[in-house]
Design a protein around this ligand. Structure first.
Ligand code: SF4
Length: 223
């Protein structure tokens, strides 16, 4: 039987991805020791009442996440959009429908062994890009989610989520196609569904990413 390290080795995850430290605070990776321990109720309450960054002044509500709290799959996007801010659930609307279709293509369903969250829990006004201080302020909530869920695999959707989680400026085209690691959890990068709605030819590449994620999960489950 393969050990977890054997699986990582098979998947091409090298030690460099396991040791990300001593970076400047503004670029610090999302490391567990900064994360307080929460129960789910405490976490939901904290996000609902959070005023740790300026987005609290413009959001309708904090959007913690949705799905199976014991999921093997953790899907992480960028931040709530207008619909998500209004409804209180990540990935609704057209992008949400496409995400559901992407999940279905590899035999997954929202809420069934899948949890969906964002790097930021509050909507940036006008859907502008998240700012570094906002990401830093929201970091403990994402870490707490990972601590609670203990997923087997993370699927990062889009450039922003991938770069934030992996603490890199590399283009998404260079981050795709390999298995990274975040918080000791294998991580695969693919395009954000909202991007794919505008760039249909890249759907084929997203399919390749989903297949990589599925293969990775199968290897982990087998191990
Ligand atoms: S984005 Fe995160 S840190 Fe900022 S107000 Fe919302 S929950 Fe708090």
């Amino acid at each position: 039987m393969l050990s977890r390290d054997d699986v990582f080795s098979e998947l091409g995850i090298g030690p460099a991805w396991r040791l990300r430290e001593t970076l400047p605070a503004s670029r610090a990776p999302l490391v567990a020791p900064q994360s307080p321990s929460y129960t789910w109720d405490q976490l939901a309450d904290a996000v609902a009442h959070c005023t740790a960054c300026k987005l609290s002044a413009t959001r309708t509500q904090g959007v913690l996440g949705v799905g199976d709290r014991n999921a093997d799959w953790l899907i992480i996007g960028e931040a709530p959009g207008a619909d998500e801010d209004r409804i209180g659930e990540p990935f609704v609307g057209q992008a949400g429908k496409l995400l559901d279709a992407m999940l279905a293509s590899i035999g997954l369903r929202r809420g069934d062994n899948v949890y969906i969250a964002n790097v930021l829990k509050s909507r940036p006004p006008g859907n502008r890009n998240p700012e570094p201080d906002e990401v830093a302020a929201c970091r403990p909530y994402l870490l707490a989610q990972i601590e609670l869920i203990r997923p087997k695999l993370i699927l990062a959707l889009g450039r922003f989520a991938a770069q934030s989680l992996l603490d890199t400026d590399e283009a998404i085209s260079r981050l795709r196609g390999r298995v990274h690691q975040f918080q000791n959890v294998p991580l695969v990068v693919t395009y954000h569904p909202a991007y794919l709605l505008r760039n249909l030819p890249d759907k084929a590449r997203a399919w390749e990413d989903l297949c990589l994620a599925r293969r990775t999960m199968q290897a982990l489950v087998t191990a």
